[in-house]
Design a binder for this molecule. Structure first.
Ligand code: ATP
Length: 554
């Protein structure tokens, strides 16, 4: 085999494919074509000495793997999956683990063995697991102690499930111990030659409207779809150390390692048994993390801390996404750390759709411009492109050519797949407008937009206005029934400690006046409720749907 070209050149080739300037190869496997290439570059001294993977446990234990070590361990893991579990290329495997190093190993091992990985969050209940195992017909599951009772309770109803793998120092009857098997496994393994279009992963959506859907991505979609956004949105290079605090069950964990590893960067992980802002800030100052990604909700909590007490000597670049970033949070983060927050936008079905790339002028409150190779437009309900300034559906052009870095379909659900398309476009289900400079402004998910006396009100604008008031720690704005207007704006607000004992009625009036002054007055919340906590997904996103259902008695 000829020696691989130097790092920037190889990344440039992958980037050119990502951006549609070069054809997607017929065969592609991220483990073989990217990770093993970095391993060779590392050996040849073409990469700085930072690890490829750096894990810090809850008790302070650390694990660092070079690309070489990651390669060796993941080959062993692939042998465990193939030999001990009898899995074959094309089989599906559920991977439900907390932030343990084994999650990254098994993920890479699945690629090597050609298995389709189905990540899930550790908080899944018996019912969730049963639905997912039955719907996906997964042949194997790998999980940790916490979920053993739930899996044991339902596995008899899941006829496809043949093996159960446990990541633990304990043993359980009926479960194979992954750590023990890994120790004994051979590190020789021939990576399966996957076609670019072969399925790589299936993610279950969170199922806000009906049963969760299975979103399938191919090897090239994820494996090559994050090279450019990694480089230009997250600003990753071979010397970057990238920490994303996301849970492993959310697509963002995959986005992170595909972006980082294709650019030769290090993936940093803290086990984070619970979300603890002080722990996050301490980790950020203790370790040479250069690049950070958190959901906006988490940045909102971080800026409540006195950030001047911390120093982040290595931190250079911060990104956020997954929900709307309130301008107030961006400004407070920037004024206290001197660092810009670069917002991006995407879905489980896609790679990065819009982003504020490094060096681009940022317009406060906008989620940035369309990210190539996507052609992103605002369209009406028939799929006609709308002019700048008009509110409509955020849509990605899929005809005449479906972008390669895009989901294939919702597995076993052609009706849902068809329903997500309109004319030449895939409809994201989000509402926004694009300005004349091509910047996109998020208004809300289609379901979240409030229709009050025929005014259409995006929750994000009201929430951003409220967030500027010092009394507001967090808030969520939803529709609430009203006999005259049909529906009105209601704000659920978590107060900052300094305001928690204020008289609620006076504070309600003060907040209403504040919104009337900050944004168009018709958007002000006619109803306000103070609560101690907002409902959130495990990835930290606010679940407006839950609050809305509560209002409407659903
Ligand atoms: N920068 C952003 N600003 C506003 N919203 C965002 C942003 N980034 C992502 N989102 C929201 O997150 C959605 C994608 O999230 P994801 O694919 O994780 O699905 P989910 O919302 O968790 O699950 P489901 O689609 O089943 O409800 C987008 O459609 C959008 O509503």
């Amino acid at each position: 085999q000829p020696p691989p070209p130097p790092a920037p050149e190889i990344t440039a080739t992958w980037e050119a494919i990502n951006l549609g300037r070069q054809p997607v190869p017929e065969y592609f496997n991220f483990a073989h074509d990217v990770l093993d290439v970095w391993s060779q570059l590392e050996k040849a001294g073409h990469r700085p000495s930072n690890p490829a993977f750096w894990w810090v446990g809850g008790t302070g234990k650390e694990i660092k793997w070079s690309f070489e070590e990651l390669g060796k361990q993941s080959r062993k893991a692939a042998n465990v999956l193939e030999s001990a579990c009898g899995l074959q290329s094309g089989d599906r495997m559920m991977v439900v683990l907390p932030r343990l190093p084994e999650w990254w190993l098994v993920t890479v091992a699945c690629m090597r063995a050609g298995l389709i990985m189905i990540p899930g969050i550790s908080q899944l209940t018996e019912k969730d697991l049963k639905y997912r195992l039955q719907a996906s017909r997964a042949k194997s599951i790998i999980t940790s102690d916490a979920l053993v009772p739930q899996v044991d309770a339902i596995c008899h109803d899941c006829p496809s499930l043949q093996t159960k793998l446990l990541v633990s120092d304990n043993s359980h009857p009926g479960w194979m111990n992954f750590r023990e098997l890994l120790q004994k496994a051979s590190s020789e393994h021939n990576c399966v030659r996957t076609k670019s279009q072969d399925p790589l992963s299936i993610y279950f959506t969170s199922g806000t409207t009906g049963n969760p859907k299975m979103v399938e991505h191919s090897h090239s979609s994820y494996g090559l779809g994050f090279v450019a956004s990694g480089r230009h949105w997250v600003a990753l290079t071979e010397s970057s150390i990238f920490w994303n605090t996301t849970d492993t069950g959310w697509v963002k964990a995959a986005w992170t390692f595909f972006s980082a590893w294709s650019n030769g960067s290090c993936v940093f992980v803290h086990e984070l048994p619970r979300v603890d802002t002080k722990l996050i800030l301490n980790t950020l100052s203790r370790f040479p993390i250069t690049s950070l990604c958190c959901v906006p909700t988490l940045f909102r909590l971080l800026v409540q801390e006195d950030l001047t007490r911390y120093q982040f000597p290595s931190l250079r670049h911060c990104v956020t996404g997954g929900e709307a970033l309130n301008p107030d949070v961006r400004e407070r983060w920037k004024s206290q750390t001197g660092l810009e927050l670069h917002e991006g936008y995407g879905q489980s079905e896609t790679v990065v759709i819009c982003a504020n790339q490094k060096g681009m002028m940022i317009k406060t409150g906008s989620m940035g411009k369309a990210f190539p190779p996507y052609d992103v437009q605002i369209v009406d309900d028939q799929g006609n492109v709308l002019p700048p300034g008009e509110e409509g559906n955020v849509a990605v052009r899929i005809k005449p050519t479906r972008p390669f870095c895009f989901f294939h379909h919702y597995v076993d659900n052609p009706e849902k797949t068809a329903a997500s398309e309109q004319g030449d476009f895939y409809i994201t289900g989000d509402r926004a407008f694009m300005d004349k400079d091509g910047y996109f402004w998020f208004l809300g998910r289609s379901d979240d937009v409030i229709n009050s006396s025929s005014y259409r009100i995006g929750p994000v604008e009201v929430e951003s206005a409220l967030a500027e008031h010092p009394a507001v720690l967090e808030c969520a704005v939803v529709s609430s029934p009203d006999p005259i207007r049909g529906e009105v704006v209601k704000a659920f607000i978590v107060l900052t400690p300094a305001y928690s004992s204020h008289e609620p009625e006076a504070l309600t009036r003060e907040l209403q006046e504040h919104v009337k002054k900050t944004t168009a007055p018709y958007k002000y919340p006619r109803k306000v409720e103070f609560i101690s906590e907002l409902p959130k997904t495990v990835s930290g996103k606010i679940q407006r749907g839950k609050l809305r259902n509560q209002e409407w008695g659903r």
